[in-house]
Design a binder for this molecule. Structure first.
Ligand SMILES: [Zn+2]
Length: 333
């Protein structure tokens, strides 16, 4: 059993409190590889932002659970080497689907876990979330639970249709589970294909998806004033990265994300954690495709992973500064 505090990690409690009060959101970036981890740390240090590094069940299967945990420990050391004396890095489990998985992560040093029982009947979702909260809080690990269902596909999580969170359920859910933050469904969606072209309107040649349900978010905020709210599936799927991928041999059709203005608006509310995964995948793939097309003789992975890492770092900095507003928000620099 390892406690996250011994690894230099922090839980989400204080940073969420400050983010809700300050009208900004903390970035939650998924990682599977060393280059993603390095880019996340470099971006967080350069912008003096708290950051949530999150690991999905799929990432644990891909990279190995122990390796990811040691990478997070390395991330703290790396941030300090880069000149940040008091980094605020959370290691978070994204979409934990069982008590056992959450417990395993807590026992190996995660500072935060999500238990996603959103596909279960309401009472079962509460019972599962409460069981995880009861265990996690013994070690001061924070817990995110989810109410409402997001559409889309991401690793092992998939749903054909979204079901918006019902504001009338949130007080009961938050009180009875004791969760520290609540992921809600208000129209965001997992993956790089969040909407079909038929769901969008064509504005100046660009497909604009339906707006997020800010009325539902406002109702939830009214019921749970100051309670930390989380948005999943919040990549914006930048068209320049999609175009680069397609220009250099890729075939991504009808990739549509959440417009950044919508996320900026959400970040100013009680939404204090915004999950971004697909945009990092796109930034990495675009840079690798471009590099290999322009340098067909290269075969040293460092030659194409270096520009990939640079491109992801640029994207992370852009999100922190221009979308979430968490730059300069470390408690101590
Ligand atoms: Zn998610």
């Amino acid at each position: 059993m390892v406690n996250y505090k011994d690894l230099g990690l922090v839980n989400t409690r204080e940073m969420f409190k400050r983010a809700v009060a300050g009208g900004y959101a903390i970035p939650a970036f998924n990682f599977n590889t060393m280059e993603q981890m390095q880019a996340i740390v470099m971006a967080a240090v350069e912008t003096k932002s708290p950051v949530i590094m999150q690991v999905s069940k799929g990432a644990r299967n891909y990279a190995n659970a122990s390796i990811l945990r040691f990478m997070a420990e390395g991330a703290v050391a790396y941030a300090k080497e880069l000149g940040c004396e008091h980094p605020e890095i959370v290691l978070h489990l994204d979409h934990g689907d069982s008590f056992e998985l959450c417990k395993d992560c807590i026992d190996m040093g995660f500072s935060s876990v999500m238990i996603d029982g959103s596909h279960l009947p309401y009472e079962e979702n509460i019972a599962l979330a409460k069981k995880v909260v009861d265990y996690a809080h013994q070690y001061d690990v924070t817990v995110e639970a989810e109410l409402g269902v997001l559409a889309g596909v991401e690793d092992e999580v998939s749903a054909a249709e979204s079901h918006y969170t019902k504001p009338e359920e949130v007080i009961d859910f938050a009180t009875r589970t004791g969760c520290d933050s609540l992921a809600i469904s208000i129209g965001t969606s997992h993956g790089a294909h969040k909407f079909t072209p038929e769901q969008c309107t064509l504005v100046n040649g660009v497909l604009v998806p339906p707006p997020l349900a800010f009325d539902i978010l406002a109702e939830i905020e009214k019921k749970l004033p100051g309670f930390p709210i989380v948005l999943h599936g919040s990549s914006s799927v930048p068209m320049d990265e999609v175009n680069t991928i397609n220009q250099y041999g890729g075939k991504l059709e009808a990739a549509i994300g959440i417009p950044e203005e919508q996320l900026r608006k959400a970040a100013k509310s009680a939404v204090c954690k915004i999950n971004i995964d697909s945009d990092s995948r796109l930034a990495m793939t675009a840079a690798i495709r471009k590099h290999l097309a322009e340098h067909p003789g290269d075969f040293d992975p460092r030659q194409y992973l270096k520009p990939a890492r640079e491109n992801m770092k640029k994207m992370y900095i852009h999100k922190i500064v221009n979308v979430l507003g968490s730059d300069g928000k470390l408690a101590q620099c």
